[in-house]
Design a protein around this ligand. Sequence first.
Ligand code: HEM
Length: 367
Amino acid sequence: PVYWVNSLKYPGWYVTGYEEAIAILKDTRFKNRIPLPQTSNKYENLKNLQNDMMLFKNQLDHKRLRMLVSKVFTPRIVEGYRPYINETVNDLLNQVKDKKKMDVVSDYAFPLASLIIAEILGVPAEERFQFREWTASLIQTIDFTRTRKALANGNETTIKLLDYFRELIKKRKHNPQDDLISMLIKEEQHGGKLTDEELLATCILLVIAGHETTVNLISNSMFALLNQPQQLMKLKKNPALIEMAVEEFLRYESPTQMTARIASEDINMNSATIKKDEQVYILLGAANRDPKKFFNANELDITRNPNPHLAFGYGVHFCLGSLLARIEAQIAIHTLLERMPNLQIASSELQWRKLIGFRSLLELPLT
Ligand code: HEM
């Protein structure tokens, strides 16, 4: 469950056990990241921006940022997006209903995640198409399977997206609306201690964190269900199982497969000593299939209960968007099965992207 791998690209400790993963994620001696060296222009690329994201901050800085964003991302506020999510899901299905084929990734899950995050951040409706193009390109920059050219384009797009957010923040400072950016500015103005860079980094973090993972959750769930007719029938017969089913999809095909920490001192774990500054990779997907924790761990069971999976992480960095992701996936999967009950996978050669950290289908064509 705790194993040293001397890989060239990612040497470090790999943690596959459930209890061991929890022990590390709740131990604050394991830091999230040492700050990356800044290059000349602070925000010319994503790496520089990461230093101002809560995900990569530790202790007090992390607590301050997380508290601020939690204030404007409460369960009541997130629940309030249900009608918009319902409407968007139905609009997207209306657009494909007369086609012979649809791709769950690009026709459904991606535009859904993009439109929802745009709504939450307060991107005006008429700018959402452009926003979607930029975010699609930004997400490509964190996909290591893409070419150098895509990465270069991605950096250009990052700058465009940053400029766009800078303008939007300026507009909201003068003319606040009922959106997350305006609410964060209000907190800042009431002594919330949020720098302009942190506000910008938070917007980008929400765009990144809220996309890839949610898209993968919806596509991976449909992939798992359509390959397991008994589970599919069970859900069709009893749609009220959708909440439990989504928890099982999160466990069984975890969208985020891995997160990382760095030891800030020598730490003993099982019979190993993790030395100061050594990298630790926590394989959430493996922990979620640990047979010591989950009965029949390699089987999909949409009625599994309890289901204490680690798909959203654990401890102080536990996913801030977990409720939003759950609601989006529940509505998206339920509505797709209800409106198109006879869907089938239209290809026998599906490709998983070559990423170590995400479980991600390139496309999922259905007929
Ligand atoms: C953190 C997974 C959706 C925002 C995390 C972490 C995981 C995760 C594993 C912890 C990383 C770590 O400890 O190093 C997921 C999955 C999602 C999802 C599987 C969808 C299925 C979202 C959405 C949003 C979001 C929709 C927001 C719109 C965040 C933020 C953090 C985070 C802000 C950082 C929290 C902190 O550092 O305190 N997510 N996430 N996530 N997630 Fe998510």
